[in-house]
Design a protein around this ligand. Structure first.
Ligand code: PMV
Length: 360
C-alpha cells in the first residue's frame, strides 16, 4: 500500500453533526523505534505490547460549519478544562492528516480527552492520545463513506496516528503490534502498524507490566529531538541493523516462549536505546540513580528467585517491569517490598498486555 491509498475518493454524505468516541491504550516497545526519516517513517522496525490500563478516552463532537473556510475550527478540553496550550500540537496533526481526511475543515470540532493514568506521570500520552483522536476522525470518515473493511479501517487509523506520533500507530490493536518494514514479518509496513501476524506462545498471555514512576517530571529531551539525534549518530547504522536482527530473534522467542531469550533481547533493547542517547551529540542521560537501583534489584532477584522478571525503559527514567502471569505471586510482592521505595511518592501503575482500542 502507498500513502495515496489513504486519500478518499468520494463520500456518500457529510453528516450535519454527530459525536464519536474511543478509548485507546498506550503501548510499550520491546524492540525500540529510535530514529526516523521524513514523514514519521521509522529508521528501523519496532514491536510493542499493547497495554490495557494506561489509556486515553477521547470524544469528538462535530457540527458542520455554516460556510466551509480554510481554517481548522476546534475546541479542546483535557479532563474537563479548556487547554489552549495543547492546541498547537493538535493543529499540526490536523494539518498533516487533512489530505487524508478532506472533510476536517467542513466542521467545527469539540474534542474532549482524558487519561486513565496521572497527567505528568512521565508516561507518554502521545501514543494513546494521538491514536484515540485518529480513531474518532476515522469513525467520522466511516459514517460518511461507502462501507470499508475493518482491516482498511485499522490500517488507516494506524497510518493517521503515526503522523501524530510514531509510536501511536502501534496502539490500535493488540496484544502485539509490529511497525516498520522488515523481512522477517510478512505484511510489515513503514506506513502503519499491523497486528503481529504469527502465533504467540501462551506464556505471553496476560503478561504483566508494572510501571514504576521514578521521575514524574517533564521529559528532559522530547522524543522529536531524540529521533533527530540519530541523524549522523556514529552508531546509527549498527543500531538499525541490530533492531532487524533482534526482531527476527524475538520472532522465534514469541513462538517458542523462551523467556530467557526474551529477557536478553528486551533488556538489551532498553539499554541500547539509552546508550544511543548517551552517545549522541549532544549527549544526555535520562535514567536516574533510582532507575539503576531498580535494574540492579531486578537482576539480583531474578538470579535468586529463578523467575523471569525483566525490565524495559522508554525515553525516560521510569521502569516497566515485565513478568509472566504464572510468576505474579512471587514477583509482585518483590516489587512492592523492594522496588516501590525507588518511585517518586511511591507511585506505580499495574498494567498488562491488552487488546487495543475500543469504541465508546
Ligand atoms: O512516538 P515517539 O516519537 O514519541 O517515539 C517513541 C520512542 C520510544 O518510546 C522511545 C520507543 C518506542 O518504540 O516506543
Amino acid at each position: 500500500m502507498s500513502e495515496k491509498d489513504f486519500i478518499p475518493v468520494s463520500f456518500i454524505t457529510l453528516k450535519e453533526k454527530g459525536v464519536v468516541g474511543y478509548s485507546s491504550p498506550s503501548n510499550i516497545a520491546l524492540i525500540k523505534y529510535w530514529g526516523k526519516r521524513d514523514n514519521q517513517i521509522p529508521a528501523n522496525p519496532s514491536i510493542s505490547f499493547t497495554l490495557a490500563a494506561c489509556m486515553t478516552k477521547t470524544s469528538v463532537e462535530y457540527q458542520k460549519k455554516a460556510q466551509k473556510n480554510d481554517e481548522f475550527s476546534f475546541e479542546l478540553f483535557f479532563e474537563g478544562e479548556a487547554k489552549e496550550e495543547f492546541k498547537p500540537k493538535i493543529k499540526t496533526f490536523l494539518k498533516r492528516i487533512e489530505v487524508y481526511l478532506p472533510f476536517l475543515k467542513d466542521y467545527h470540532l469539540v474534542i474532549r480527552t482524558s487519561n486513565t493514568f496521572p497527567h505528568s506521570s512521565g508516561i507518554a500520552s502521545s501514543a494513546s492520545g494521538m491514536s484515540a483522536l485518529a480513531l474518532c476522525f476515522m469513525e467520522m470518515e466511516r459514517s460518511f463513506s461507502a462501507p470499508f473493511t475493518d482491516e482498511f479501517f485499522n490500517r488507516k487509523v494506524s497510518f493517521l496516528a503515526r503522523l501524530g506520533s510514531g509510536s501511536a500507530c502501534r496502539s490500535i490493536e493488540g496484544p502485539l503490534v509490529q511497525w516498520g518494514e522488515t523481512a522477517s514479518v510478512k505484511g510489515s509496513s513503514n506506513l502503519f502498524g499491523i497486528k503481529y501476524p504469527y502465533k504467540v506462545h501462551k506464556v505471553f498471555n496476560n503478561f504483566h507490566d508494572t510501571i514504576l514512576l521514578v521521575d514524574k517530571g517533564e521529559k528532559q529531551v522530547s522524543s522529536t529531538v531524540g529521533h533527530e539525534l540519530m541523524h549522523g549518530h556514529p552508531f546509527a547504522s549498527q543500531r538499525f541493523d541490530q533492531a532487524h536482527d533482534h526482531l527476527e530473534k524475538l520472532g522465534l522467542v514469541l513462538a517458542d516462549g523462551n523467556l530467557k531469550d526474551f529477557i536478553s533481547i528486551v533488556e538489551s533493547e532498553a539499554l541500547t536505546l539509552h546508550a544511543m542517547m548517551m552517545t549522541s551529540n549532544p549527549y544526555f542521560i535520562l535514567m536516574k540513580p533510582n532507575t539503576l537501583s531498580i535494574i540492579n534489584e531486578i537482576w539480583k532477584f531474578r538470579e535468586e528467585s529463578k523467575t523471569h522478571v525483566c525490565f524495559t525503559l522508554d525515553a525516560g527514567a521510569n521502569v516497566h517491569v515485565l513478568y509472566p502471569e504464572n510468576e505474579k505471586d512471587i514477583v509482585f510482592p518483590f516489587i512492592k517490598e523492594k522496588l516501590i521505595s525507588f518511585c517518586q511518592n511511591g507511585q506505580y501503575i499495574c498494567d498488562r498486555i491488552g487488546l487495543g482500542a475500543k469504541k465508546l
